[in-house]
Design a protein around this ligand. Structure first.
Ligand code: SF4
Ligand code: SF4
Length: 107
C-alpha cells in the first residue's frame, strides 16, 4: 500500500482506476453513446474483457474522452483510499460498492 503521495504514480500513464464499472448519471454525464452499455437497466461505460474502460487508450493509458469523462471519474482523486488500494492490488469489488464509486464488474 502506498504510504505517502510520493509513492503514487502520476495518473497519466497509470489508468488502473479505469478498470472499475462506471455507472453513468444522465443528469450530468454526456459521454459518446457508442461507449455506453446497459447492465440491468443501468447505463455504464462499456468495458473490455479485462475490465478496462473502452475510453482508456491501451497505449498511453489515458482517457480518450477526458473533456467528456463521467462525473464519477472527475470526482475520483489521486491518492484517495480506493486509488491506494488499487495500486496495492488490495481492492475488493465490495469495497468499491460500499464507497459508492463503482460496482463490481459484471461477468
Ligand atoms: S487515481 Fe490512482 S489508480 Fe487512478 S490513475 Fe491516478 S494514480 Fe492511478
Ligand atoms: S471515462 Fe475516462 S477516466 Fe473514466 S473510467 Fe473511462 S477512461 Fe477512465
Amino acid at each position: 500500500m502506498p504510504k505517502t503521495i510520493d509513492d503514487i504514480p502520476p495518473c497519466a500513464g497509470c489508468g488502473k482506476c479505469c478498470h472499475l464499472l462506471v455507472e453513468l448519471d444522465d443528469r450530468v454525464d454526456d459521454v459518446p453513446e457508442e461507449l455506453v452499455v446497459e447492465h440491468s437497466g443501468v447505463r455504464c461505460m462499456d468495458q473490455h474483457g479485462d475490465g478496462a474502460c473502452v475510453a482508456l487508450d491501451p497505449g498511453t493509458r489515458m482517457c480518450t474522452i477526458y473533456e467528456r469523462r463521467p462525473q464519477v471519474c472527475r470526482d475520483f482523486n489521486r491518492g484517495e483510499a480506493l486509488c491506494r488500494r488499487i495500486l496495492s492490488g488490495n481492492r475488493t469489488p465490495l469495497t468499491d460498492f460500499e464507497l459508492g464509486i463503482a460496482q463490481p464488474a459484471l461477468p
